[in-house]
Ligand binder design. Structure first.
Ligand code: GLN
Length: 261
């Protein structure tokens, strides 16, 4: 099988280790014998419908976001990404990328940036930066089978593998609109806005999150979920990815859950 990963604005939107998500997706696919092609879509590149199996959109500072927001509209990349998400193409967007996939992002003393409306959410600049390690309870991505049992046996009763762990650094406060599905509930950290205990947003197979770090190496269940969704849509059949040895990933995950929750 072959997987085409579309990396959106890599030169402009790639901070706090977000590149690690592309590496994690590529390696976890290649370790299963799946060929991976990474296609970069910067301002000068054209995006065509149906040419990408999985999108990744990293975080970026306000200045970069202004440039990218303009291009998403002017180049119609935004319209195409939205149509692909509606078709079920999976996407992972982190922080600044996540903000631009909502309805809008209003930075401090600057022009409001129109989002492309993938997520039913909007973002306004906050007065304080929300920085630190974050632990989120999420029912979306659990470790199945013996890993979960062994991990949960080792973890104190209150801990389960239904957690996502990461690192956040943002001043933007994202608010989900009525009916929007959060990625999870904050156990430790700020999440979307530091007020309503939600973190991220999930819409069809698109995931938005404030978790840098990078997110996927320490959350292999989410990485495999994105890969599975992409391959199932592309090949039109149910896909059961061959299990990998997640010992290191789960040790890092467990250490973060134990230390920060
Ligand atoms: N500029 C945005 C904010 O500070 C996003 C930053 C980021 O991607 N970490 O909220």
């Amino acid at each position: 099988m072959k997987l085409i990963i579309g990396h959106l604005y890599p030169e402009l939107m790639n901070i706090y280790g977000d590149m690690g998500n592309i590496i994690a997706l590529q390696k976890r696919a290649e370790w299963r014998g799946i060929e991976v092609v990474i296609k970069k879509f910067s301002i000068e590149n054209k995006l065509k419908q149906g040419k990408v199996d999985l999108f990744f959109f990293g975080g970026g500072q306000d200045q970069a976001q202004e440039l990218v927001a303009g291009d998403l509209v002017a180049s119609s990349k935004g319209k195409i990404i939205k149509k692909e998400v509606e078709k079920g193409v999976p996407l992972l967007a982190i922080c600044g990328g996540y903000q631009l996939l909502g309805e809008y992002y209003q930075p401090h003393n600057a022009t409001k940036l129109t989002g492309i409306g993938v997520f039913p959410a909007y973002t306004v600049a906050g007065d304080n930066r929300m920085i630190g390690n974050i632990v989120v309870q999420s029912s979306w991505f659990t470790v199945h089978g013996q890993e979960e049992t062994s991990m949960n046996n080792e973890l104190p009763a209150k801990h389960t593998m239904n957690y996502l762990v990461g690192f956040e650094n943002h001043s933007g406060k994202t608010f989900l609109k009525e009916g929007a599905q959060p990625l999870g509930q904050v156990v430790k950290g700020f999440g979307n806005n530091g007020e309503d205990q939600t973190e991220g947003c999930i819409y069809k197979n698109a995931v938005g999150s404030y978790m840098h770090g990078s997110l996927l190496p320490k959350n292999p269940g989410l990485a495999d979920w994105l890969l599975t969704k992409a391959l199932e849509l592309k090949y039109g059949k149910e896909i059961a990815l061959e299990p990998l040895d997640n010992t290191l990933e789960n040790l890092a995950h467990k250490a973060a859950v134990l230390k920060y929750s």
